[in-house]
Design a protein around this ligand. Structure first.
Ligand SMILES: Nc1nc2c(c(=O)[nH]1)N[C@H]1C(S)=C(S)[C@@H](COP(=O)(O)OP(=O)(O)OC[C@H]3O[C@@H](n4cnc5c(=O)[nH]c(N)nc54)[C@H](O)[C@@H]3O)O[C@H]1N2
Ligand SMILES: Nc1nc2c(c(=O)[nH]1)N[C@H]1C(S)=C(S)[C@@H](COP(=O)(O)OP(=O)(O)OC[C@H]3O[C@@H](n4cnc5c(=O)[nH]c(N)nc54)[C@H](O)[C@@H]3O)O[C@H]1N2
Ligand SMILES: [Mo]
Length: 563
């Protein structure tokens, strides 16, 4: 059975309607409609020009607009064959995957089908009633605790909620572990327990309460809850984008192991399915010229490190730190931008060259999930507009590389090879369309190392982001309209300027009773300000110590009323 819990989210419901709206209908060069042939020749010429100088001055930016193996992964092989620069794919979940894998050898945790077995659940930094509604529903019968920096919708709906300071979770986790050890409730077979004991002993209760923002009685309550109720621990991706985020995730993921629970946490199992993403990207036969942190792309553009940016399946003007730097470089002619997208995204509107892409409803692909354990053959049901990603890279590849084995390999053959580790064959997938992945990674005895190295949480007003129920990142404006850039605050209302060390934006401040002073938040789908500037102008190049994830949550800001 496909674990969709019998309902579809607002985005899923809108997909068919969205398909015909705001589409890029034709290739364009500098605002002029051209034939596909002309656009492909033009893009190939630019690539050859830049490549002559230095192929690593080309950067491709691609992310998760559509999670197809052919849409997202396969196209990267063209750029690797060229020796172009790539990003580190860190923006969303890399920090937690790396932090958990450092302790368990894998980030593979509980399976969705195991959720209903749990009578209790701790949603740590996961406002799941909005960001993870299928997981929230799968645990609807469980007693639910939500830990956040504000009273999120999930915190309001939960049986219990705990409010921490931004960046304070690692200290709360240290406190919980300290209490568990003190009361003799650590029974798990975990390597390095003595080191962990010494580490947590290095912190006093008062200090931990101050840094976490949680009184000691509540810390003790959570430790007791853990040992008595043995909840499933759900860990938010967004925690990995926060101050001390990787350390927090690492330590939180260890709590179930300390209690002797096997795979008692859930992050995302996608890194454990056995899909060979590197094969799809052609890493067996080529290498990127350079890997640039997603935190740093905007800042590298500012420094003049690239001549050409090729974007697909992503909307960096909306989503990347320092996005204003990218915009300026394109507007001033210092960077050429080519975008391949089905929709007129903010980045497509800025681009020098735009190439239309079919949506997932218009092409064949194989889809995997961050959540459920199924591989899916996605087949076209609408008439396609534009050129699919696989065809595009093969056309451009032939023009700039001639015949190259990475480009010549049939995309479906590449998928067949890449999914071998899942225990599902392409033939089986072609026949059955939806097939459960059989591979499970081997568990390793968990270790407490590396121990965290947290810093005190910020004292200034801290900006954090969260999912919007109607949008997926920048997507679905076609149906639900452009979201207003609203900054939710404890006590400020009106038009305000928000300033960080890196930039300044203008937004509308609205009071929210569930937001403590010192915290301000926005929806991560409302990232264009009242003057059209990217909100991510505020975000700097700082990144996490495990997976290099940009510090998107926890940026210190000053807020000034202007109207
Ligand atoms: N300040 C701040 N910034 C953030 C976040 C935050 O919390 N705060 N969150 C971050 C997170 S978690 C993420 S995952 C990133 C997301 O960052 P992006 O991946 O840039 O996000 P999307 O808005 O989903 O953009 C996807 C683009 O892909 C296009 N697309 C969809 N389907 C296809 C297809 O089949 N082919 C092609 N070629 N294109 C397609 C869509 O039209 C859209 O323009 O943003 C990050 N940015
Ligand atoms: N409806 C909808 N669902 C989505 C998405 C969407 O755009 N719309 N995006 C998808 C994507 S790409 C992702 S990555 C996931 C993200 O899903 P989640 O990881 O669940 O996170 P967010 O929705 O970004 O919300 C982050 C929460 O963390 C809180 N927070 C910020 N800093 C801290 C901190 O230091 N400690 C704690 N404890 N909490 C903190 C914020 O207040 C906020 O409630 O959601 C996915 N689901
Ligand atoms: Mo994400």
């Amino acid at each position: 059975m496909f674990p969709v819990n019998g309902f579809t989210c607002a985005r899923g419901r809108a997909d068919l309607r969205r398909n015909g709206v705001n589409r890029i209908e034709s290739p364009m060069i500098e605002g002029r409609e051209v034939s596909l042939e002309e656009a492909l020749d033009y893009v190939s010429r630019i690539i050859m020009e830049v490549r002559k100088r230095d192929p690593s001055r080309i950067i491709h930016v691609d992310y998760d607009g559509n999670q197809g193996l052919l849409t997202w992964y396969y196209p990267a092989r063209l750029w690797n064959a060229l020796g172009a620069s790539q990003t580190d794919y860190s923006i969303c979940s890399a920090e937690g995957h790396a932090a958990i894998a450092a302790h368990y050898g894998t980030s593979f945790g509980a399976l969705p089908s195991e959720f209903p077995r749990y009578g209790a659940a701790v949603f740590w930094g996961v406002p799941a009633s909005v960001s993870f509604i299928h997981g929230w529903a799968a645990l609807r019968k469980a007693h639910r605790v939500v830990i956040d920096v504000r009273m999120s919708d999930a915190a309001k709906k939960a049986d219990e909620s705990l409010i921490v300071r931004p960046g304070g979770d690692v200290f709360l986790a240290i406190g919980v572990i300290k209490e568990l050890i003190k009361s003799g409730r650590v029974v798990g077979d975990v390597e390095g327990l003595e080191d962990l004991r010494r580490f947590v002993d290095g912190y006093g209760e008062a200090e931990l309460s101050e840094y976490s923002g949680v009184g000691w009685d509540k810390v003790r309550w959570l430790a007791e809850y853990y040992s008595e109720r043995r909840p499933l621990t759900l860990i938010g991706f967004a925690l990995g984008r926060s101050v001390n985020g990787g350390d927090a995730i690492a330590l939180i993921s260890l709590i179930p192991a300390l209690l002797g629970m096997e795979r008692g946490f859930y992050y995302s199992n996608s890194m454990g399915w056995g899909i060979d993403f590197n094969y799809l990207r052609g890493m067996h036969a080529s290498r990127p010229g350079r890997v640039v942190g997603m935190a740093e792309v905007g800042y590298e553009v500012e420094k003049g490190s690239f001549d050409l940016m090729f974007v697909w399946n992503a909307n960096p003007l909306h989503s990347l730190p320092g996005a204003d730097r990218i915009r300026e470089a394109v507007e001033e002619g210092r960077l050429r931008l080519v975008v391949h997208d089905p929709h007129w995204s903010e980045t497509a509107k800025l681009a020098n060259v735009v190439l239309p892409a079919p949506t997932f409803l218009e092409k064949v692909d194989v889809i995997y999930s961050y959540w459920h354990e199924y591989l899916i053959l996605s087949e076209p049901r609408e008439k396609p507009i534009g050129i699919p990603e696989t065809a595009l890279v093969r056309e451009v590849g032939r023009r700039v590389l001639g015949s190259h084995p990475l480009i010549e390999e049939d995309p479906m053959h590449a998928v067949d090879v890449a999914i071998r580790g899942t225990g599902v064959t392409l033939a089986e997938l072609m026949e059955r369309k939806v097939v459960p992945i059989r591979h499970r990674p081997n568990p390793r005895r968990p270790t407490v190392h590396p121990l965290p190295k947290p810093s005190p949480p910020p004292l200034d007003a801290t900006l954090v982001f969260t999912s919007h129920p109607l949008y997926t990142n920048s997507q679905f404006k076609e149906i639900y309209g452009r979201p207003e850039p609203i900054l939710y605050t404890h006590d400020v209302e009106g038009i305000v300027e928000v300033e960080s060390k890196f930039g300044k934006v203008k937004v509308k401040a609205v009071k929210d009773v569930g937001t403590p002073s010192g915290v301000v938040w926005m929806h991560k789908s409302a990232l264009i300000d009242l003057d059209g500037r990217p909100i991510n102008s505020l975000i700097g190049p700082e990144k996490g110590r495990y997976g290099g994830t940009p510090l998107l949550n926890g940026v210190s800001v000053k807020i000034r009323r202007v109207e």
